[in-house]
Design a protein around this ligand. Structure first.
Ligand code: F6R
Length: 612
C-alpha cells in the first residue's frame, strides 16, 4: 500500500527522501513523488513507475532544500499516472500533501470545493485534502502556525475514511504537520533533524527513537522540535520508543532476495517467538494475557479472524483449541467476518492475527467485535501497529521485520505463538498434562528441526527446476495437512503466477479430480498419522489419471509410484504445519526464480493492505 516519508533538518532532503522511499518499496506501489521546499517554494516531482526513475528525475535538478515529503502510491482512485501520484498541491501551490488511506467522501468534498471555485488536476481522492486545507486556512484571521494547524484539523474532521497525512506549506517553510487515523505513521526523532514514515525500518539507519501517533493525534515538526496535539488541539506529552532492531536486520544480509533470507531466518524467528513464553520444565507464560480459569470457562466460542497467510495460521490454532482446550472455534476471513453479522457477545473471544497489524479488514473486524462486547486479542509482528492499539489484549510474534510481500517467517512464527497460547489456555483449564508436555517438548525442538530441514533442501530446488513450466499445480491434504496445502498454494500463485489450488484430499472425487490429466502436478502433504493411508489412496487416484506427484512427509512412505518424496523431520502432529510448509515455501521461491520473476515484489500485491 502507499508509503509516506518526510524529512526536516539541515541535510539535503532529496537523497534522504529517496532512501526512505526505497525502504518502503516492499509495501507495493505503482508511482512515486516528492515535494521539496526550495527557497520558500515547492518543487514537486512525480512519476508513474519505480522509485529509481523518480530518483533519476530528481537528480536532473539541483535541489538543495532540507525539508520535504515523499510518497509511493498504490492506485485506488484513478489510474497510475504522474498526475495522480502524490504529493498533491492545492490550486495556489501553497500546501503540499502526501496521504495514505482513502477519503471515502471525496466526491462530496470535491463538489463542495468546486462550488468555491477550486479545480482539480487529478482523479484522486487525495487532491481534496490540500485544497480543503487552503479553504480553511483562508478563513483564519491571521496567518500563524496555529492557524495552519487549525486548518489541517478542520480538514481532517471533514474526511471520512482512513488517513495518514504529511503537509507542508510555503507560508511556513520551516515546519511540517502530520496526523493519522487508521493508517500507519511514525515520527523519528533525530539530533537537529526529524523524520516521518509509514514504518519504522524506513529510517532506522538515521534514528532509534520513534514516536507512535494514535488515531487523530497531530504533530508539528521543526528541525529541533516535535509538538504533539490531541484531537481538540490541546498539547500532548508523548514518550518516544527506543527501537532495538539493528538497521542491517532490515537488509538482505547477503541473500539474493528478502524472501529467501526470511525463509532461512525461520529457525531464529521461531526461537525468538518462543522466547520466555515456554521454557523447559515450566508452565507456559503469557504475562500480557492474564486470563483466569473462570474467564476461559465463560468463553462459549472463539473466532479467529485474519486474512491470507495469517488466516491459514489460524486454521491450525482452531484444531488445537478444539482438540486440546475443547472450546468451539471458527476461523473467519476478516473481509467476510465484518459483513456477515457474526454471533458475538460477551462470552466470545475474538483473536485477530496480522503480521503487519495494519490490515484494514482485520482492523475493522476487530472494531466490530469490540463494539459487540467480545474480548479481543491481537497477535502481530509489529509493535505499536494499529491492531495492537485497538485490542483488549496483545501478544507479539518476534519474527523481525518481514520485507518480502509473500509471508514466510511471520507465518511459522504465528503458528508457534498460537500453539504455545493454546497450551497456556489448556494449563489454565487444567487439561491432560501428558499430552501438553509432549507438545511443549516438540515446540522447544522446532528451531533445531527447522535448521536441519533448511540445511538439506537441494532436492526441492532441483525438482522446482523440472516443473517450473507447469500451468497448474494442485495441493492436497487432510486435517492439518490441508492447512499447509492452502498456504503452499497461496505462496506459489502469488509469486510465480502459476494457477494453483488446494483441495481437501477427500473432496477430490466430488469434482476436482476432473482437472487431472497427464503430467498435472499434484503436491500432497502427509503428516497426520491417522489420515496417511486415506490420503495415499487419494494420491493413487490422481496417479492413475496421469498426474506427477510431489510428496512432503515426515513418515517412511515408500511408494515407487510417487514422482518425488521430500522427507521432513517428524514432530508432534499438531505442529507439523510449521515444518511441512518450509520446503513448499522454497518450492514456490525456486519456481519463481526459474521463471525470472521478482520474488520479493510480485505484481499487483502490497505488503500491507491498508485499504478494504
Ligand atoms: C501472503 C500474504 C498475505 C497476508 C495478508 C494479511 O503471502 O502475505 O496473504 O498474510 O495480506 O496480512 P497481515 O498478516 O499483515 O494482516
Amino acid at each position: 500500500m502507499c508509503g509516506i516519508v518526510g524529512y526536516i533538518g539541515n541535510k539535503k532532503a532529496k537523497s534522504i527522501l529517496i532512501d526512505g522511499l526505497t525502504k518502503l518499496e516492499y509495501r507495493g506501489y505503482d508511482s512515486a513523488g516528492l515535494t521539496i521546499m526550495e527557497n520558500e517554494n515547492f518543487k514537486t516531482l512525480k512519476n508513474k513507475g519505480r522509485v529509481k526513475e523518480l530518483s533519476e528525475l530528481v537528480n536532473q535538478e539541483s535541489l538543495t532544500g532540507t525539508i520535504g515529503i515523499a510518497h509511493t502510491r498504490w492506485a485506488t482512485h484513478g489510474k497510475p499516472s504522474s498526475e495522480n501520484s502524490h504529493p498533491h498541491n492545492d490550486n495556489s501551490n501553497t500546501f503540499s500533501v502526501v496521504h495514505n488511506g482513502i477519503v471515502e467522501n471525496h466526491i462530496e468534498l470535491k463538489n463542495f470545493l468546486k462550488d468555491h471555485d477550486y479545480h482539480f488536476l487529478s482523479e484522486t481522492d487525495t487532491e481534496v485534502i490540500p485544497n480543503l486545507i487552503h479553504y480553511y486556512f483562508a478563513q483564519e484571521e491571521n496567518e500563524t502556525k496555529e492557524a495552519f494547524l487549525k486548518a489541517v484539523h478542520q480538514t481532517c474532521h471533514h474526511l471520512k475514511g482512513s488517513f495518514a497525512i504529511g503537509v507542508l506549506s510555503t507560508h511556513f517553510p520551516d515546519i511540517m504537520i502530520v496526523v493519522r487515523k487508521d493508517s500507519p505513521l511514525v515520527i523519528g526523532k533525530g539530533d537537529g533533524e526529524n523524520f516521518i514514515s509509514s514504518d519504522i525500518p524506513a529510517y532506522l539507519a538515521f534514528t532509534r527513537n520513534f514516536y507512535l501517533l494514535k488515531d487523530n493525534e497531530f504533530a508539528i515538526l521543526s528541525k529541533e522540535n516535535i509538538a504533539f496535539y490531541d484531537d481538540n488541539l490541546h498539547p500532548l506529552t508523548k514518550e518516544s520508543k527506543k527501537i532495538e532492531w539493528n538497521a542491517t536486520s532490515a537488509e538482505k544480509n547477503g541473500y539474493e532476495d528478502f524472501m529467501l533470507k526470511e525463509i532461512y531466518e525461520q529457525p531464529t524467528a521461531i526461537r525468538e517467538t518462543i522466547g520466555s513464553h515456554l521454557m523447559a520444565g515450566q508452565s507456559c507464560r503469557f504475562d500480557e494475557l492474564p486470563f483466569t480459569k473462570d474467564f476461559l470457562n465463560s468463553i462459549q466460542k472463539i473466532y479467529i479472524v485474519a486474512c491470507g497467510t495469517a488466516m491459514h495460521a489460524g486454521l491450525t490454532a482452531k484444531t488445537m483449541l478444539e482438540n486440546i482446550c475443547e472450546i468451539p472455534t471458527e476461523v473467519d476471513i476478516a473481509s467476510e467476518f465484518r459483513y456477515r453479522k457474526p454471533l458475538i457477545n460477551k462470552n466470545t473471544l475474538c483473536i485477530f492475527i496480522s503480521q503487519s497489524g495494519e490490515t484494514a479488514d482485520t482492523l475493522a473486524a476487530l472494531k466490530l467485535a469490540k463494539s459487540k462486547g467480545a474480548t479481543t486479542l491481537a497477535i502481530s509482528n509489529v509493535e505499536g501497529s494499529s491492531i495492537t492499539r485497538e485490542a483488549d489484549f496483545v501478544t507479539y510474534t518476534h519474527a523481525g521485520p518481514e520485507i518480502a510481500v509473500a509471508s514466510t517467517k511471520a507465518y511459522t512464527s504465528q503458528i508457534t505463538l498460537l500453539a504455545i497460547m493454546v497450551l497456556y489456555f489448556a494449563e489454565i483449564l487444567e487439561k491432560n498434562t501428558s499430552t501438553l508436555q509432549d507438545i511443549k517438548n516438540s515446540i522447544l525442538e522446532l528451531p533445531t528441526k527447522a535448521e536441519q530441514l533448511l540445511s538439506n533442501l537441494t532436492e526441492i530446488k532441483n525438482f522446482a527446476k523440472e516443473v517450473y513450466q507447469n500451468k497448474d499445480v494442485f495441493f492436497l491434504g487432510r486435517g492439518l495437512d490441508y492447512n499447509t496445502a492452502a498456504e503452499s498454494s497461496l505462496k506459489l500463485k502469488e509469486i510465480s503466477y502459476i494457477h494453483s489450488e488446494a483441495f481437501f484430499s477427500g473432496e477430490l472425487k466430488h469434482g476436482p479430480i476432473a482437472l487431472i490429466e497427464n503430467d498435472t502436478l499434484v503436491v500432497s502433504i502427509l503428516t497426520v498419522p491417522d489420515l496417511i493411508e486415506k490420503s495415499i489412496s487419494n494420491i493413487q487416484e490422481v496417479i492413475t489419471r496421469g498426474a506427477k506427484t510431489l510428496i512432503i512427509t515426515d513418515k517412511n512412505v515408500e511408494n515407487t509410484n510417487f514422482t518425488k518424496i521430500i522427507k521432513i523431520p517428524e514432530t508432534n502432529h499438531f505442529l507439523s504445519p510449521i515444518l511441512s510448509i518450509i520446503p513448499l515455501q522454497l518450492f514456490a521461491y525456486y519456481i519463481t526464480k526459474q521463471k525470472g520473476l521478482d520474488v520479493d515484489k510480485p505484481r499487483n500485491l502490497a505488503k500491507s493492505v491498508t485499504v478494504e
